[in-house]
Design a protein around this ligand. Sequence first.
Ligand code: PRP
Length: 210
Amino acid sequence: MKEMLTIAMPKGRIFLEAVELLRGAGYELPPEFDDSRKLIIEVEEEKFQFILAKPMDVPTYVEHGVADLGIAGKDVMLEEERDVYELLDLKISGCYLAVAGLPDKKMNDVAPKVATKYPHLAAAYFREQGEQVEIIKLNGSIELAPIIGLSDRIVDIVSTGQTLKENGLVEYEKITDITSRLIVNPVSYRMKDARISELVSRLSKVVNPA
Ligand code: PRP
């Protein structure tokens, strides 16, 4: 009998793309899956259990082994630095991380402030640039910070660029490209090797068609 695989999925915009990818790989996920408000969904026929988590928390569930696998953005992986393996670049939810701010505005010479949802990642980036900054952690609507005078710069995700544009901000530097990754708990990877390898192989064919 096939063993159950628990997969932590990010709620929100990545979720639907990830579900489509799994369907493309031949897994039968029921239609009501798409607009359910349930946080745990079992698909008995495929022996999958899905946990719907906040994107930033996906690696936490996987590291602790309550989920065997997870789908997490590279941004979250860089910020969280969890003890998990990255198995596959799913090439969905493409976007990038950038430094942005008000146009023609130099950074303050003394302790410039950078607002972000990614404090570790942003701190590491500015350290590498040899710039000393004060990081201000926010949980969303990051674009507000420079407009309202809370920070000189922001480090945030840019997808279409619409949010920056509509708020009169410009991009100063691109930090790195981001896509979603399939991640695994190291112990699950050993214990459920056959099922996980099959999933990776089926997904790979969809993600990287020959
Ligand atoms: C993300 C990100 C930007 C926006 C970028 O925010 O933090 O604000 O999307 O997308 P765009 O380039 O297509 O405009 P999200 O919608 O996740 O909400 P948040 O601001 O609450 O984090």
